[in-house]
Design a protein around this ligand. Structure first.
Ligand code: PMP
Length: 298
């Protein structure tokens, strides 16, 4: 993330698509009395473009729609309009490999818990974003177990990629970074292994991949891609309850996510893993998939 730290996000050059128009990057502003800012009425996506095309653009756009529907929003643009805007935005910004961030939020018409009269706004931005983790992560990242837990499905609509869900993620990530770790592993409300702060998690035992059941956290598009990829390569994939006490039984561990891509994990607190053949296989297979034109939406 180092290159992104240098220039604040509101001071960059280029274009942002805002409510149907391409505007100068620095003019893509909203009012401080915006419902999405105060009440977390905001959903977003994180996508990556490879060689000029967004990987799994349709899946991401459909998830944005689902997230909005769960939050009781109606996005005022069609999937086709959003996808066309995304492609044009990449071209206008001359971005070939990078990150794309569509975001949808409630506007300033009403400042109260009830927000029925608020207008729904949407923006899409994109920027260059190399590796999610810094270069010290090349031999695998170090995780610690977060104090915060993923809430039960009865306490939050976990299938929505909504901003509110990232409050405990940021708290957990900061705590991890303050203590010299790259990221935090979050348990769920039952104390079962859930995911990292913005990526899903896999473990290996022999030739079998183990990953938690996404019943209270995001079932990532990369996670689903990796499950299908691993199965197509002959690995067994088991989705099951994983307890923190089991971590010493696993050989390898890696994270999956659009930004994190496939990131090997070297340790979780005192549990150590050795990124090896399966990490490498998944990493290279994912790389070749993201570069493969047939798997992209034209
Ligand atoms: N969990 C969380 C909390 C996330 O923010 C992300 C990133 N979107 C993921 C998992 C991985 O999802 P995806 O593979 O769809 O990017």
């Amino acid at each position: 993330m180092s290159e992104n730290k240098l220039i604040p996000f509101d001071c960059r050059d280029g274009f942002i698509w805002l409510d149907g128009q391409f505007v100068d990057w620095k003019d893509a502003k909203i009012h401080v009395l915006t419902h999405g800012l105060h009440y977390g009425s905001c959903v977003y996506e994180g996508q990556r473009a490879y060689s000029g095309k967004v990987f799994k653009l349709r899946e991401h756009t459909e998830r944005l729609y689902r997230s909005a529907a769960i939050m009781d929003f109606k996005i005022p643009f069609s999937i086709a309009e959003i996808e066309a805007a995304t492609k044009e935005l990449l071209l206008k910004n001359g971005l070939v490999d990078g990150y794309v961030r569509p975001v949808v939020w409630r506007g300033p018409e009403q400042m109260s818990t009830s927000a029925r009269n608020s207008k729904i706004h949407m923006a899409i931005a994109c920027w260059h974003w190399g590796k999610y983790f810094d270069s010290s992560a090349s031999k695998g990242i170090k995780l610690t177990i977060a104090d915060w837990r993923r809430p039960p499905p009865s306490s939050s609509p976990f299938e929505a990629k909504s901003s509110g869900h990232y409050m405990i993620a940021t708290l957990s990530k900061h705590q991890a970074e303050n203590n010299g770790f790259h990221d935090a592993l979050m348990l769920d409300w039952r104390g079962q292994v859930a995911e990292a702060t913005s990526a899903n998690i896999f473990f290996t035992q022999g030739n079998t991949l183990h990953t938690p059941i996404p019943d209270c956290f995001l079932n990532g598009i990369t996670r689903q891609t990796i499950i299908a990829l691993a199965q197509s390569k002959g690995y067994d994939v088991v989705e099951r309850v994983i307890l923190p006490e089991e971590l010493d039984k696993f050989d390898e561990c890696f994270l999956t996510g659009t930004a994190a891509e496939i990131t090997p994990v070297r340790s979780i607190n005192n549990y150590e893993f050795t990124p090896d053949k399966i990490c490498q296989d998944m990493l290279l297979s994912y790389q070749s998939l993201t570069q493969n034109m047939e798997n992209k939406n034209d």
